[in-house]
Design a protein around this ligand. Structure first.
Ligand code: PLP
Length: 447
């Protein structure tokens, strides 16, 4: 199977732009997820514009977009209501004052009303910052130092958590007691000592760790759905056990809803699963494509921020653009019937793909919930990071990705990323995608 992506007639301008970019920007890109070593090999597509569910690259090729900016474009590209709100804000009011505005109160009220686990909320700009604040707050509240996090998850690139995202197994310790592996050089060595890395979806590992050293542990930090090693759902009862065990040991439960927030439901995955964490973190889905994030939770924990005991600072926090974008986004998301429609379109795609791989008897399966999922090329279920390392077929995923891109369907080339569906995707988009998938998968079988 020959990909025109690798025979760059169709993407010649992207190839040329990448050459120029490389001479000025290390790696030719401004974030690791766009780099050649993250799958965009031999070069990333350079984008010209996006409209609704579609993206047009620098060569004028149009794609149905399931990358969605790695998640934030929940309303599709350039959602008119958000664009209007932001343009109006810039033209008529301003962008930055480093003073509060009434709009922040409106936004905080909407967020707190939507998400069950929030009594109080603070705004910032990125998921990385929001996680950093939440972990600091948990340490201050409990007076404890250690943090449990799970192998295969990503919680941003700050020194305290950028460990054991996708470690090489020969450096990562035993399956039942992984060691903390820094994402690369430059992370302060001592930080690893404050981290306890556990396999996800393993109640016993969590229980025994909390029983052994719960009195030193400030928080358990987890995504409600593992979205940074493909897509892995929590096994029934797992999040409930996490809630119960953390509660029992006086350990805070921090849910990182950067991907799932406002996507799985208006109230996030926590409302879907009926789990109330102590602290939660939101970003991508909140801003309709503009950088804005939120960290919030229990009133008594957030009280430490109230009197300045724990400082949460940021020049750009709650800037006017972020707040107007988030206010307009949440108004759109709160319209009646929105999530029903999103789920109907998403389920049509997920179920259609799953049916396809079963009809073709491929060793593959689709895992996800509503508008976030991944196609695993694996002959068995994947329940944690080590299963993925041992059983996911990355070569097959690459052929799938190339075949789909050739047929005008865009998503991230990494098997450990996700496909995202937006409110702008239509049934027609899904049917075109499924037709492309049938051709691609059939071709893969004969290749
Ligand atoms: N947490 C999770 C679960 C994420 O997926 C990400 C980013 O992908 C982050 C945190 C970091 O967010 P940001 O890229 O906005 O800093």
């Amino acid at each position: 199977m020959t990909s025109s992506y690798q025979q760059p007639d169709r993407t010649r301008r992207s190839a040329a732009l990448f050459e120029q970019a490389r001479s000025l920007i290390p790696g030719g890109v401004n974030s690791t997820a766009r780099a050649t070593w993250s799958g965009w090999d031999p070069y990333p597509l350079f984008v010209e514009r996006g409209t609704g569910s579609r993206v047009t690259d620098a060569d004028g090729n149009e794609y149905i977009d399931y990358l969605l900016g790695l998640g934030p474009m929940l309303l599709g590209h350039r959602p008119p209501a958000v664009t209007r709100a932001v343009v109006e804000c810039i033209e008529q009011r301003g962008t930055m004052f480093a003073l509060p505005s009434a709009d922040e109160i409106t936004l905080a009220r909407k967020i707190v009303a939507a998400v069950p686990g929030l009594d109080r909320v603070r705004l910032c700009n990125t998921g990385t910052e929001a996680v950093l604040y939440a972990v600091r707050l948990a340490r201050a509240f409990t007076g404890r130092h250690k943090l449990i996090r799970f192998e295969g998850m990503y919680h941003g690139f700050s020194d305290g958590v950028y460990w054991s995202k996708h470690p090489k197994l020969d450096a990562a310790g035993r399956d039942d007691s992984p060691v903390a592996v820094p994402q690369g050089p430059g992370l302060p060595r001592g930080v690893g000592d404050s981290l306890i890395i556990l396999p996800w979806n393993d109640v016993e590992a969590l229980r025994s760790t909390l029983e052994r050293e719960g009195d030193q542990i400030a928080a358990v930090l987890s995504e409600p759905i593992m979205c940074n090693t493909g897509c892995i759902l929590p096994e029934p009862g797992y999040l409930e056990a996490m809630r119960e065990l953390t509660h029992k040991h006086g350990v805070l439960m921090i849910l990182d809803e950067v991907i799932t927030g406002f996507r799985i439901a208006l109230g996030g995955a926590q409302s879907h699963y009926g789990i109330t964490p102590d602290l939660s973190v939101f970003a991508k889905g909140l801003g309709g494509g503009f950088p804005v994030a939120a960290m919030g939770g229990r009133r008594d924990v957030m009280a430490l921020v109230e009197d300045g005991t724990v400082s949460i600072a940021g020049t750009y926090n709650a800037n006017m653009i972020a707040v107007s974008a988030a206010n307009a986004t949440l108004d759109e998301l709160a319209k009646p019937g929105m999530y029903e429609r999103l789920y109907a379109v998403s389920d049509r795609l997920r179920e259609g793909l799953d049916r396809l791989v079963r009809d073709l008897r491929l060793p593959a399966h689709v895992v996800g919930l509503g508008p976030v999922f991944q196609l695993w090329f694996a002959d068995r279920p994947i329940r944690n990071y080590r299963d993925a390392v041992r059983h996911a077929d990355h070569d097959a995923f690459r052929r799938w990705w190339e075949g789909m891109l050739d047929r005008g369907v865009l998503f991230h080339p990494g098997a450990y990323e996700n496909l995202f569906v937006s409110f702008a995707h239509s049934e027609e988009d899904v049917d075109l995608t499924l037709a492309a998938a049938r051709e691609t998968l059939t071709e893969m079988m004969v290749a």
